[in-house]
Design a protein around this ligand. Sequence first.
Ligand SMILES: NC(=O)c1ccc[n+]([C@@H]2O[C@H](COP(=O)([O-])OP(=O)(O)OC[C@H]3O[C@@H](n4cnc5c(N)ncnc54)[C@H](O)[C@@H]3O)[C@@H](O)[C@H]2O)c1
Length: 316
Amino acid sequence: MQSVLITGGAGFIGSNLALELERRYPDIRTTIIDDFRSGEFSNLVGLRGDLVAQDLASMDLCARFRAGEFQAIFHLASITDTTVADPRQMIFNNVEGFRRTAEFARLSGTPLVFASSAAIYGVCRSGHMPEDQPARPANVYGFSKVLLENLARRYAAGSRHFRIVGLRYFNVYGPGEAHKGAASSMIYQLAGQIRAGKRPRIFKHGEQKRDFVYIKDVVEATALAAEANRSGVYNVGSGRATSFNEVVALLNKGLGTDQEPDYFDNPYSFYQPHTEADVALARAELGYDPRYPIDRGIAEYVKGLIGGDTKRNEQS
Ligand SMILES: NC(=O)c1ccc[n+]([C@@H]2O[C@H](COP(=O)([O-])OP(=O)(O)OC[C@H]3O[C@@H](n4cnc5c(N)ncnc54)[C@H](O)[C@@H]3O)[C@@H](O)[C@H]2O)c1
């Protein structure tokens, strides 16, 4: 790759992706678009590339960039606070930002990778989640991602030479997420409570399960998706579900603490009791091979947190 565009590149996943691509390809030209509504400049310390601080949803990409000047476009910009309930705000930002990016990519047939989400599955009791399940988003954030996928299918059907790949990220955790506050991963928030000497607060009785996926696996899947042979959508998780109780136990182990969970009533009626990515398709078609089971991911993350690195660890 010689030149890439990353929207939302000052965010958690985008900044990790940008710095990792620069590490892998020393001559790469990286361009980021981010309006900093939730991004954080310090995530990008060390960046060698360019940054356009503009709102993508109202930006004329054709006026700013030359069609074909990028070898790949990664679209990660989104409102990521899933508690934002205003449909106009969420849908305008997420869908129009995507539409502009996709239409720009389509002009030159530049491969486009975009962030979808496991939120499109909504409340799914079985937990097992292959890509062909019907979408049942339980909030407007998830609904906006369904709209992205619908548009992507339309663009892909309209041009055989334009590859557009959606990635349904599950619960991503790792260095570079501190700026997300209440929207940061549960792993980051529980680690913070334990490190402050408090008991970690989780819903009664900690048996809910999530597919927590480490940022390094997510960056790998995202980079691989730019080389996909066809358009499509793929789950990006670890492929394993872990209970909240197990997360607390692993955090205690990594932090050298012994804090019992402080259980409280779950206030949400729409709460996924179990998420687990089926990653068979991503494995077969993208070559995605998650390398960070939860114990390895948490151990590495916690080591960085203790060392004062809330941004990122050295990539390995
Ligand atoms: N982190 C997760 O667990 C997770 C899970 C599922 C999906 N995703 C998706 O992955 C992508 C990245 O998420 P993240 O965790 O890095 O979140 P993040 O909030 O750290 O990053 C999103 C970035 O997009 C930028 N942005 C938003 N709207 C913009 C606009 N209109 N113009 C320019 N910049 C804009 C923000 O300023 C921010 O830097 C998002 O699309 C998100 O929906 C993340």
